[in-house]
Design a protein around this ligand. Structure first.
Ligand SMILES: [Zn+2]
Length: 260
């Protein structure tokens, strides 16, 4: 009777957890991992076996490896490791053009000189437009996030320096920045074992001062949802499965080192 009551409680907890995981719209690989962990902890019939493997080992087996032989659960933890990643638009990549002032006003070929500048849109015609090689990052002081990238070509180095000094005069942005990615799993599972798993899955990762759970970060996209009780995820060091037999070049789940 007691077993039946406990089974029912697990069933309800599993249902509630799965509903929350789907409602949160997690990135695919993290959702897959969260669902597997929910299953092995609350629903998997094998969890009652006296010689049952740890929940992490069973989740690892459930998810298996990707086509290059990397453990999917490890990829999930690596993706969820809380960290800051600047947006693509804040990288100085090819195709980014100089925003320094044009030496002479823009004049479309063949048009009358007197009306040429009036007919061209502002902020596009009066900039240099050359290939940018110098990037000046503008940070939000409170979060340390890059909010703008000011790009300049070599001929506009003085303008770049001027902008750099203007930005520096505002003060020191928070460093390291508050994370803006990952931190989903601590919404559902206790944080302590997760910290070790993040370190294992993403070498070089360091615990952010702002905390592991994305609800605790001072960033624009945080949704302040009611706190739910978190599921204890009992994981010991020995339970972390070793890498599957032949692992080609990619030993780490991700090649991008975390910024620390
Ligand atoms: Zn320029």
């Amino acid at each position: 009777m007691r077993d039946a009551a406990r089974e029912l409680a697990d069933l309800q907890a599993h249902d509630d957890l799965v509903a929350r995981i789907y409602a949160d719209h997690l990135p695919g690989e993290i959702r897959e991992l969260a669902l597997a962990l929910a299953w092995v902890r609350l629903r998997d019939p094998a969890r009652h076996a006296p010689d049952a493997d740890s929940s992490l080992t069973r989740a690892a087996r459930l998810l298996g490896c990707d086509e290059t032989g990397r453990w999917r659960h490890k990829l999930g933890f690596a993706a969820d490791a809380p960290r800051y990643e600047p947006g693509r638009e804040h990288h100085l990549r090819s195709g980014v053009t100089c925003q320094g002032p044009r030496i002479r006003p823009y004049r479309p070929r063949g048009s009358a000189p007197a009306t040429a500048t009036a007919s061209t849109p502002p902020n596009t015609a009066l900039v240099c437009g050359g290939q940018a090689t110098i990037g000046v990052e503008e940070h939000d002081l409170a979060t340390g996030h890059i909010v703008a990238l000011h790009a300049f070509c070599r001929r506009h180095r003085e303008d770049a320096d001027r902008v750099l000094h203007q930005i520096a005069a505002r003060g020191e942005p928070l460093d390291p920045p508050i994370p803006n990615t990952g931190g989903w799993l601590p919404r559902y599972f206790t944080a302590k074992p997760l910290e070790r798993l993040y370190r294992w899955a993403r070498p070089g990762w360091a615990r952010p001062d702002a905390g592991l759970c994305r609800d605790d970060w001072l960033t624009g996209d945080v949704r302040f949802l009611p706190r739910h009780q978190r599921l204890a995820l009992v994981v010991t060091a020995e339970e972390v499965p070793s890498a599957p037999a032949p692992l080609n070049s990619h030993n780490n789940a991700r090649s991008t080192p975390s910024r620390s």
